[in-house]
Ligand binder design. Structure first.
Ligand SMILES: N[C@@H](CCC(=O)N[C@@H](CS)C(=O)NCC(=O)O)C(=O)O
Length: 447
């Protein structure tokens, strides 16, 4: 395991490409290559989504290591006998060592292995999906979408650059920060990028153009992990995904699009992060939540127009041997039917539909201070049940941090305990000790 080193490793890959002309010694050939892609990993999840969207299942088989691993990296512990049934290996590193017996870098997924030699061809995750779109075109299914349309290629690349640095990698930079300053910087970059994306997606259904593209695939794999792992485990906790109206509706829209959600295994995702990253979760306890049913709730984004597959069609049902365990995903999301009817918004007026989509929400993003204050204060109001008893005559307790209003959410500071003080406001009524003051955490984050 190379915990904490994931960002440092970027750029050091076995970067041999499988191309239509075979220029690098590995020609595109149906049935020859095996994609090793743990469901837990966001970089591998991209490849599973793209392979399925493009209908490359017959051309490229898939091997799936289990969600956890030790310092010797991924194992095929979910397969009978703990061996990948095609490659016949227990550990992915065996395929890396076949390529280079002295291989000393990350044993990472995704990796594509040449089944004729058992050696890794490439683990260059950033190049794998564009190559599936372009070099493997001859093997795409009928109706496959164009995930890299030439007319939008420049815009896709630009969006991908920021999403990669500040969001895909940004969550890791927060989670593995070793100093407060490094964490603060990563956190600011992440949230500034998420605010930008929230704005961008408010009135457009997809990141670029009118159809799903590679850019959506790349953002989706981080968003779908956000509340289950990044928010808590990686301390990316300014908001949950479910609290960002446009991003949450956008993520649900993609999740419910065949090819996206039917590749996602929430249990494996949780187990991977919370068990493997023992440095930041030494107990190895995997949290029970969050509750997942929201993922299949109506998203209403159809009101924004756009056609997910353009002139193409959705992929058919997921192959039986590749279905996500139904216990690891919200009901109905294993991709049996192939075409999802979820996401239809029950609302009937255009404005109701758009509100349902999170796009007619008239609140700007980021929300103005007043609304932040009232939301935070309302949350604070709910906390009053646990707050110190400030009723007249209540026993005195240490004032502690109570005077330092800037170290708490607005509304959390209460009068000195034991002083004859009036009861607090009714639940949900805003009250901030330092509204908008320079020391106010919320104000600082918003500025
Ligand atoms: N950005 C990654 C690409 C892939 C990656 O990090 N995959 C992770 C799983 S999400 C992995 O395979 N880790 C295994 C390990 O570090 O031993 C890198 O820097 O290499």
């Amino acid at each position: 395991m190379t915990e904490g080193k994931e960002s440092a490793r970027d750029g050091e890959y076995i970067a041999t490409r499988i191309t239509a002309d075979g220029a690098e010694g590995f020609p595109v050939e149906s049935g020859r290559y095996r994609l090793v892609a743990a469901r837990a990993c966001p970089w591998a999840n991209r490849t599973l989504i793209v392979r399925r969207l493009l209908g490359l299942e017959d051309a490229i088989s898939v091997g799936m290591p289990g969600p956890t691993h030790d310092s010797r990296s991924w194992t095929f512990d979910l397969d009978p006998g703990g061996r990948d049934p095609v490659l016949g290996i227990h550990r992915l590193r065996e395929a890396y060592f076949r390529r280079d017996p002295n291989y000393a870098r990350g044993i990472t997924v995704p990796a594509i292995v040449d089944t004729t030699t058992g050696a890794v061809v490439t683990n260059d995750f950033a190049q794998i999906t564009p190559d599936l779109s372009t070099e493997w075109r001859a093997h795409h299914r009928a109706g496959a979408p164009d995930l890299l349309p030439a007319e939008h290629r420049q815009e896709i690349d630009e969006i991908n650059r920021r999403v990669f640095t500040d969001v895909n990698k940004g969550v890791y930079a927060c989670g593995f920060a070793e100093t407060q300053a490094a964490y603060d910087e990563a956190y600011e970059r992440l949230w500034s990028a998420l605010d930008w994306l929230e704005d961008r997606l408010r009135d457009r259904r997809y990141l670029v153009g009118e159809t799903i593209t590679e850019a959506d695939v790349r953002l989706f794999t981080t968003l779908v992990r956000f509340d289950v792992v990044y928010h808590g485990h990686f301390k990316c906790n300014r908001h949950k995904l479910t609290e960002m109206p446009a991003l949450w509706a956008y993520a649900r829209d993609l999740f419910q699009t065949p090819g996206f959600g039917d590749t996602v295994d929430f249990e494996q995702i949780k187990r991977h992060y919370y068990v493997v990253h023992s440095g930041i979760n030494p107990t190895g306890i995997v949290p029970g939540g969050p509750e997942l049913s929201g993922w299949t709730s109506p998203h209403g984004r159809q009101a924004l127009g756009g056609r997910p597959f353009g002139d193409g069609t959705p992929p058919g049902p997921v192959r039986e041997d590749e279905r996500v365990d139904p216990a690891h995903t919200p009901p109905g999301m294993t991709g049996k039917s192939g075409v999802s009817s979820r996401g239809a918004c029950p609302a009937r007026t255009v404005s109701a539909v758009r509100r349902c989509a999170g796009t007619l929400d008239s609140r700007p993003w980021p929300p103005p201070r007043t609304s932040v204050f009232s939301r935070v204060s309302a949350a604070c109001g709910r906390d009053r049940a646990r707050a110190p008893d400030v009723r007249p005559g209540a026993p005195a307790r240490s004032v502690g941090n109570r005077r330092r209003g800037r170290h708490t959410a607005p509304g959390r500071v209460r009068p000195a305990v034991g002083a004859a003080s009036p009861p607090g406001p009714p639940l949900g009524v805003p009250r901030c000790s330092d509204p908008g003051g320079s020391g106010c955490t919320i104000a600082r984050l918003r500025s």
